[in-house]
Design a binder for this molecule. Structure first.
Ligand SMILES: CC(C)(COP(=O)(O)OP(=O)(O)OC[C@H]1O[C@@H](n2cnc3c(N)ncnc32)[C@H](O)[C@@H]1OP(=O)(O)O)[C@@H](O)C(=O)NCCC(=O)NCCS
Length: 226
């Protein structure tokens, strides 16, 4: 995050000058980020069990522990890119900082609140600021962390950020026909299937349908107030 003092820009790209106004905007940011503690940092998005935060270079060990796993890479559809090395992932982390500063993508680490453990990543990307639409991607790294509700909570947190903070109007994602856990998770959050790219992806020796789902701001707001 850029400096909160003097001529700078806030985490949401509002250009301001002067420390006093900067302070007001900073406090306002803290106020609107539900769940952030008053004296905490303002780029922190926190739920009951997980928080979304910036990736840091200190996350590299944990990322390298998981990101060459064939099951995970098949589920996210990137096995065909081959093994990654530490330098690839270091560059990737740095690219997430730059993309966030430029408001091109918001790629965030998922961390458990109880023990501050990195368990995955989630992001908004391909943001179209005119149509106010974006793509969502998520990955809970380890099998031991899946199926425990962390995915649903993380998606709800990033949708809250997308709709209430960024004022996006639509979020889309895609998943493969064999990924039943992901489909169930997305349906429970409120996504709807809107189409299929039939046999669009060749994964682990077979063609698979790519299922497209989306959710609109109104739908999510109504669901979150249920
Ligand atoms: C897909 C993913 C984000 C879901 O997050 P999660 O924390 O595991 O999922 P949740 O626990 O929030 O919800 C999953 C739901 O599916 C159910 N489920 C769990 N395992 C399942 C399985 N193998 N098959 C079908 N449903 C399953 C859960 O019971 C839960 O439903 P419930 O709330 O009614 O109990 C996560 O598993 C993940 O990142 N997986 C690896 C990478 C991946 O698939 N990314 C998505 C690519 S599109």
């Amino acid at each position: 995050m850029s400096s909160l003092w003097g001529t700078t820009h806030t985490p949401y790209g509002v250009y301001i000058s002067g420390a006093r106004f900067s302070f007001v905007v900073c406090v306002f940011n803290l106020y609107i980020m539900r769940g952030a503690t008053f004296f905490g940092v303002s780029d922190l998005i926190e739920g009951k069990r997980v928080r979304l935060r910036s990736f840091e270079l200190s996350d590299l060990d944990e990322i390298m522990r998981h990101w060459n796993n064939i099951e995970l890479r098949n589920l996210v559809g990137s096995a065909g890119r081959g093994p990654v090395c530490r330098n690839d992932e270091e560059e990737w982390i740095k690219s997430t900082w730059k993309q966030r500063q430029e408001r091109k993508a918001f790629t965030l680490a998922i961390e458990t609140i109880s023990d501050s453990k990195l368990i995955g990543g989630i992001g908004l990307f391909n943001i179209d600021w005119t149509s106010r639409s974006a793509m969502l991607g998520i990955s809970i790294y380890g099998p031991q962390s899946r199926g425990k509700g962390y995915g649903q909570e993380s998606i709800n947190l990033i949708l809250d950020f997308a709709f209430r903070i960024l004022n996006l109007n639509r979020v889309e994602l895609d998943t493969f026909d064999f990924n039943e856990r992901a489909q169930k998770c997305y349906l429970k959050v409120g996504f709807k299937e809107v189409g299929r790219r039939r046999r669009a992806r060749f994964i682990d020796g077979q063609y698979h349908d790519d299922i497209i789902m989306d959710i609109l701001k109104d739908e999510w707001l109504a669901k979150s107030e249920e």
